[in-house]
Unconditional design. Structure first.
Length: 261
């Protein structure tokens, strides 16, 4: 604060000195312009000049400049003067009339221009009001869109979470199904050689083939299943194109049973 006060005082002093110097120089210049040394000039010489036509008096100054006074030696003509004055008056009246007509035309043009400008200003005001209402509507729409976008982002987050959980559950399900399929594959692999041996084994002589419980000749495993035999195992079927029959494995538990393997 002390430095600022010192600088302020210094600027004030310098400004005062500059103003005083300007006032002094201005006063000196004005004094020099108004001060004139007394000069003794010779009076002008006034004489007539008969050599100059229509010259009555000639005044010659000390600086050799001359002033000649002329007169018209002819008598004035009242008729010519009045005619000239009437012509001048007529031309003046025409000029005034033309000026009034131009002024009226200019005023009418200015009035029409003002009316046009007023109409355009009214249209611009209406357009400005419409633009303001549109701007307010856009602001409201923007706010609504922001809220909807926030809601959509929330829904997207929930969907991502659900998809992640579904993916996890799907992975678990796939792992479980894979384990079950591996187990079934191992069981089928262990049972296939035994079933193949049983199928290839010749039936005992005189033994009745295992078929329908009612003693009929089944065409496939479904006929055996329909007759009441619903246990998995080896059965004898007698298709139409092979009436002597042969042994097959019947699956009586998968998908309702009655499948010929």
């Amino acid at each position: 604060p002390q430095r600022m006060s010192c600088g302020y005082i210094l600027c004030t002093v310098l400004l005062s000195v500059a103003v005083l110097l300007a006032v002094t120089v201005t006063g000196a210049i004005l004094f020099m312009n108004h001060y004139h040394t007394p000069v003794t000039e010779s009076p002008p010489v006034i004489s007539t000049n008969p050599e100059e036509a229509n010259a009555l008096v000639t005044i010659e100054k000390a600086d050799s400049s001359r002033i000649n006074i002329f007169i018209d030696p002819n008598c004035p003509n009242a008729a010519g003067t009045l005619g000239r004055m009437e012509g001048l008056q007529t031309s003046l009246l025409h000029a005034i009339t033309d000026h009034d007509a131009e002024a009226k035309a200019t005023k009418s043009q200015q009035k029409a221009l003002l009316v046009t400008v007023a109409d355009e200003v009214a249209k611009l005001l209406t357009h400005a009001v419409q633009l303001r209402s549109d701007c307010d509507s856009l602001k409201k729409g923007h706010s609504a869109m922001g809220q909807e976008l926030s809601a959509l982002q929330g829904e997207q987050g929930r969907l991502i979470q659900l998809l992640s959980e579904s993916q996890t559950n799907m992975a678990r399900l796939v792992s479980s199904v894979s384990d079950v399929l591996d187990t079934l594959q191992r069981e089928r692999g262990s049972a296939r050689p035994r079933l193949k041996a049983d199928l290839q084994r010749a039936p005992a002589r005189g033994a009745r083939p295992r078929g329908c419980s009612n003693g009929s000749r089944p065409r496939d495993c479904f006929d055996i299943y329909a007759s009441g035999q619903q246990e998995d195992g080896i059965y004898s079927i007698f298709p139409t194109h092979y009436p002597s029959g042969f042994q097959v494995y019947c699956d009586m538990t998968t998908d309702g049973g009655g499948w010929t393997v």
